[in-house]
Design a protein. Sequence first.
Length: 275
Amino acid sequence: MTEKTPAPRRKTAAAPKPPAKAASAPASRGVAKAASSTPDFSVVVPVFDEGGAAPALAREIAGAFKGTNFEMVFVNDASRDNTLALLTELKAELPMLRVLSHRKNAGQSRSIRTGILAARASIVITLDGDGQNDPADAPRLALALQAGADDLAMIGGERVKRQDSAAKKIASRFGNGVRNWLLKDGATDTGCGLKAFRREAFLRLPYFDHIHRYLPALMIREGYRIGFQPVNHRHRETGVSKYTNFGRLKASVSDLFGVMWLQSRARNPGGADEV
Ligand SMILES: Nc1nc2c(ncn2[C@@H]2O[C@H](COP(=O)(O)OP(=O)(O)O)[C@@H](O)[C@H]2O)c(=O)[nH]1
Ligand SMILES: [Mg+2]
């Protein structure tokens, strides 16, 4: 595992240790938490019009995490296809599958947040819902995080061989370069949907749409350490990408300035001691 602790703009020290189990987590409004025993891992998957991929992906995740105490939280982002019907049906086959459904489309970041708010484990793993991330990699990231030091808040996947169009790969390389140059987050692939992080650490971060691309910078800002591991990447076999290069660029410009501003306003006490 490569662990990167890029120099943040301001000196930061380790944040206090997140508790091993999130004792009582705020559930998202209107979303009740299931009452069974607390799982060790919550796998959160945002899905928007992914009916072609979601059921097979859920089965793959169940296979990958078999033997561990885990749950899956699929968040249907007001899909217009049969995603919700298929996932609802699948609950009979996969008892550890939970399905939440947005009433209106709210985007990938909000879907992830909804899933994390509902998650019952202290360690959350996110994966894209189109099957491009390989569930076989996910337990490795989760276990590395679990075994890591207390202030290690996230292990991000870095796609070794991107299976996307040349245009998307070029745009992504450019975007990652600019982001790393401006934010100094040490990440080469923040767009990789496969990440493992501590639920409490995520919930400490300021939320905004598209935050999922800035988790390394924001975790470092909060005083945490982050790590990365190489992961597999697969072709999108069904459905269509929900992003265009232009749309991504437009959002990225204002987001970059926003995160730079957040970094300039970071002050960290280096932990708080009770006396
Ligand atoms: N872009 C986008 N993705 C969403 C939305 N809601 C959920 N998602 C999910 O976010 C993940 C990433 O989207 P995807 O189209 O695969 O992005 P790409 O791999 O960069 O082309 C997929 O699982 C989507 O289904 C949304 O409103 N917009
Ligand atoms: Mg994709």
